[in-house]
Design a protein around this ligand. Structure first.
Ligand code: GLY
Length: 348
């Protein structure tokens, strides 16, 4: 990782791990777990949500140049975090019900087995980088709210207004129309009410040495109750890496994912021998089984969207979603492209 000198010093001081001893974790390190041995990748691969095409292209190129897997993944998601036109992530993300953008992110670095996360972070464009700093420089895993912001400011991150004119417009229209009996004057009937959206970017990377990392970052559910934290910053839900097996992450309804620890479960499904796509589909079946009745249609199918993306140590990758029609992005070792996402249900 960038800052690797500081990181090694930290690891050496905190745990006695020798400097530079973060790569080449032996496959036998978890003797108590089912021991499916996934061969090591001979290629550099990145898999992401559909908005991550530019991200996987950059991450793939960086991996080929020898950049650490987590740094490559974070450089990939930063493209969306800094893009004001992606209203699901970082700068320009849609705000909470008070008009404040609150960002969530988490990451895991397979070789060093470390994790970092931030929740409900305000005023900082790149929460993925702040999550990496939590991983690098603290003995904690997650910082939230004002504490996360103060932590970021202490490292020189700049506090900025993350609400763009476009995202403010959408928030104002939502506020005007949300109720007939509130104090806001509704906009005209011909103006469409803006649907609530959940957007996110997840990137998972594996390099030709078989090292693996993952990162997820989001502005979360639009118009959310202030302080609401979704799945993205939850290690094991929004993303998860096991350097022996693979990595997985998610986009979509965080509340449904948190209940099944979906990224962790997807990695565990791969540990049991499933392909990344099958592992993600199996996780979705668990999501369906744990969904409360009010969120199911008359055929018992969830009415929300949720997608998992996964890569294994061999560089095989895939994604699965509840409803047909989705695409995900991947760099397969040579080129970046969008692929159709496997699904549980055909959209009518
Ligand atoms: N998956 C993003 C969220 O629910 O916040």
């Amino acid at each position: 990782m960038q800052d690797s000198v500081s990181r090694r010093e930290f690891l050496g001081a905190a745990s006695g791990v020798a400097a530079g001893a973060t790569l080449g974790v032996p496959l036998t390190r978890n003797p108590g777990f089912p021991a499916i041995r996934i061969p090591q990748a001979a290629k550099n691969v990145a898999v992401a949500s559909g908005n991550g095409l530019r991200g996987v292209e950059l991450a793939g190129r960086l991996l080929i140049e020898g950049t650490d897997t987590l740094d490559a993944a974070i450089e990939g998601v930063k493209i969306q975090e800094l893009d004001p036109n992606d209203q699901s992530v970082g700068y320009g993300g849609l705000p909470n019900e008070h008009g404040v953008v609150q960002l969530d992110s988490s990451c895991m670095h397979g070789p060093s087995r470390r994790a970092g996360a931030v929740g409900a972070l305000e005023g900082i464009k790149t929460p993925s980088v702040v999550a990496k700093y939590v991983l690098l420089y603290t003995d904690h895993i997650m910082l939230v709210g004002e504490g996360a912001k103060q932590f970021a400011l202490s490292y020189g991150f700049k506090e900025e207004d993350l609400l763009t004119d476009a995202s403010r417009q959408r928030w104002l229209r939502w506020r005007a129309n949300r109720g007939a009996t509130d104090d806001w004057i509704n906009v005209g009937d011909d103006e469409r009410m803006v649907a609530r959206e959940t957007g996110t970017i997840n990137i998972n990377t594996v390099n030709s040495r078989g090292d693996i990392s993952s990162v997820t970052t989001t502005s979360g559910l639009s118009w959310k109750i202030p302080g609401r934290v979704g799945d993205s910053p939850i290690i094991g839900a929004g993303q998860y890496t096991d350097n022996d097996i693979g990595a997985a992450g998610s986009t979509g309804r965080g509340e449904a994912n948190i209940k099944v620890c979906g990224a962790f479960l997807t990695v565990e499904n791969m540990r049991r021998g499933m392909s990344p796509t099958d592992a993600a589909l199996e996780t979705l079946r668990r999501v369906v089984a744990t969904t409360e009745a009010r969120l199911l249609d008359d055929q018992g199918r969830p009415t929300f969207g949720l997608t998992f993306y996964a890569v294994n140590k061999n560089g095989d990758f895939g994604a699965a979603t509840l409803w047909s029609g989705g695409q995900f992005a991947a760099f397969d070792g040579a080129t970046a492209a969008r692929h159709d996402t496997a699904f549980l249900y055909e959209r009518r």
